[in-house]
Design a binder for this molecule. Structure first.
Ligand code: AMP
Ligand code: GLY
Length: 421
């Protein structure tokens, strides 16, 4: 089976690793990929056939006889005619939803309207266009949550403790138009631990996978600016039976039924970002893909035939019997480069990779230098992932193995898997 995974980070490295460990024989391909990913999966693009959008990507899949396209990241889902839409037209099974359904991630207002229409618990909100409308919606209540409804490179959400921070963000977004045109959502501030629920959806069928928690801030104690995620922890034990049922009844099933009712067929992973508030779980957001770095904690726990699971799902049959999750805990720890998240530093030599034992190393932002050594090439550089029968053992193992690796300016949190429990 020829499988292509689209994306280039730690999540895609983890997806390809899980597929490569399936009993089904596979030939793996990658686009755009990275040097580390190319150790597992041959690049799809070559000099004679550059890929610069969805049409050329799907043309390359046809030329290379790809049997299954797996969307690791989201951008191609909503670009041009949409990755899944173009795959469907070309007759290539795709794990990842069509452009119309991927609006659940691409537009925060679309997602909120969907939640409200289908009775899915979420915080109250107002969509506004001007700074006066925004002030009226905030109505002097702080903290308030402000979200730009468009592409903002992860910088479009502000949780504002007071009027001055809100005014600053409103000015940037609605007056200076830092992110361009687009509306703004004023959301009710919610409090509680966050949890990420990953669900495989195939039309009317769904399967809830192992949950995870990620750590978004750069510094220990959840301090400092938001990042793409500095680590994650996963275990089936994170959800007790009651909470699992509540989430399934109030969020997952209404979402799957809502997609059908709205004429939005969906095949792929859907990520439910939840907050466990004193009034019960509430939805913060949907993402039409696996989380990153959550994938690097969850996917190493998959057992069974993940390759066939994805292929059968993309072709229209959900096969929960093909996979299971191991018991215990899995923790992944990000090493980020100097300057992250405001900037990142490239070209720092990475040492010690060969000393890691009994843990996995997923490459998020590395490249090989002229001598073939790995060096930093991005903000999040490496993700070490380890498991253990208890959370404490998984945490100890992931830190012990990550300690063997180093590069100048490395940043790491010391409380991944410990904080928020
Ligand atoms: P989002 O991109 O919508 O998931 O928001 C990014 C982060 O902002 C979330 O992971 C939360 O930590 C925080 N956040 C988002 N919405 C709210 C809310 N309504 N109340 C409190 N915090 C929020
Ligand atoms: N870890 C958060 C995300 O993947 O969006």
């Amino acid at each position: 089976m020829n499988i292509l995974v689209v994306g280039k980070g730690g999540r895609e490295h983890a997806i390809l690793t899980a597929i490569s460990e399936s009993p089904t024989e596979t030939q793996l391909r990658s686009f755009p990929g990275s040097d580390a990913i190319f150790e597992l999966a041959r690049p799809l693009a070559d000099e004679a056939h550059p890929i610069d959008g969805v049409a050329s990507l799907v043309a390359a899949m046809q030329r290379e006889g790809i049997d299954l396209c797996v969307a690791g990241e989201e951008s191609y889902l909503v670009r041009d005619e949409g990755l899944a839409n173009a795959c469907a037209a070309a007759g290539i099974p795709c794990w990842g939803p069509p452009k119309e359904a991927a609006q659940l991630e691409a537009s925060k207002e679309f997602a909120k309207e969907f939640m409200v229409r289908h009775g899915i618990p979420t915080g109250g909100y107002a969509a506004v266009e001007t700074i006066d409308e925004a002030r009226a919606a905030i109505a002097g209540k702080y903290p308030t949550v402000l979200k730009f409804d468009g592409l903002a490179a992860g910088k479009g959400v502000a949780v504002c403790p007071d009027e001055s921070s809100a005014e600053e963000f409103l000015n940037e977004v609605l007056v200076e138009r830092k992110f361009g045109d687009g509306r703004l959502l004023v959301e009710e501030f919610l409090e509680g631990p966050e949890i990420s629920i990953f669900v495989s959806i195939v039309d009317r069928d769904y399967q809830i996978l192992a949950p995870a928690r990620d750590y978004k801030r750069i510094f220990d104690g959840d301090e400092g600016p938001n990042t793409g995620g500095m680590g994650a922890v996963s275990s089936l034990e994170m959800l007790d039976a009651d909470l699992r049922h509540t989430i399934e009844d109030e969020m997952v099933r209404p979402t799957v039924e809502g997609l059908i009712a709205d004429g939005l067929p969906y095949r792929g992973f859907l990520y439910f970002g939840l907050m466990l508030t004193p009034d019960g779980p509430k939805m913060l957001e949907y993402n039409c893909r696996f989380g990153d770095p959550e994938a690097e904690a969850v996917l190493p726990m998959i057992r069974g035939d993940f390759a066939n699971y994805l292929l059968e799902g993309a072709k229209g049959t959900l096969r929960p019997d093909l996979i299971s999750f191991s018991e215990g805990w899995s923790v992944c720890l990000v090493s980020a480069s100097a300057g992250y998240p405001a900037s990142s530093r490239n070209g720092d030599a990475i040492t010690g990779l060969e000393r890691v034992e009994g843990a996995r190393v997923f490459h998020a932002g590395t490249r090989r230098n002229a001598d073939g050594q790995y060096e930093t090439a991005g903000g999040r550089v490496l993700v070490v992932s380890a498991s253990g029968p208890t959370r404490a053992e998984a945490v100890a193992k992931v830190y012990a193995e990550s300690d063997k690796i180093d590069f100048p300016g490395r940043q790491r949190r010391s409380d991944i898997g410990t904080r928020n429990f």
